[in-house]
Design a protein around this ligand. Structure first.
Ligand SMILES: [Fe+2]
Length: 143
């Protein structure tokens, strides 16, 4: 959990989708191309969500975004290869699951932490608007 509802819901759905994809591969003894594409699109949408939330909060997402791009490229390459005979589909599914778990631990938890701090920063701004620095009249000379 990263404690950002939109991100947590997407993570939960992605793990669910990965399990369904795995079951489907077992059932058909093949890779259902449409489900593979749906999984890739869900991953893409999720990366876009995190990027949007970071941008809206004014966070630097460069390094995190590069990790997403690397992951998406490698998964894309694997999916393009999936129909090749002899490919280890379950190895690929395991790779996606492990990558995702590690990424949530190492990157998304920090993103959640920063995103949760943003309303506090706004709160500070609002306080300074509510209580502007007092202007004191010029001190009168005692003489
Ligand atoms: Fe991420």
């Amino acid at each position: 959990m990263v404690d950002i509802p939109e991100i947590d819901e997407q993570h939960a759905r992605l793990f669910e989708q990965l399990e369904i994809f795995k079951a489907s591969c077992l059932e058909h003894n093949a890779v259902p191309a449409d489900e593979a594409e749906a999984l890739f699109n869900a991953l893409l949408d999720h990366c876009r969500t995190e990027e949007r939330l970071a941008r809206e909060a004014g966070l630097d997402f460069h390094r995190h975004g590069e990790k997403h791009a690397t992951m998406l490229h490698s998964i894309r390459n694997v999916l393009n290869d999936m129909e090749r005979p002899g490919i280890n589909v379950f190895g690929v599914i395991r790779y996606i699951g492990c990558w995702f778990e590690r990424h949530i631990r190492e990157e998304d938890k920090n993103l959640g932490l920063y995103l949760r701090q943003v309303p506090c920063a706004n709160q500070g701004q609002r306080f300074s608007e509510m209580f502007p620095e007092r202007q004191f009249p010029e001190q009168r000379s005692a003489f």
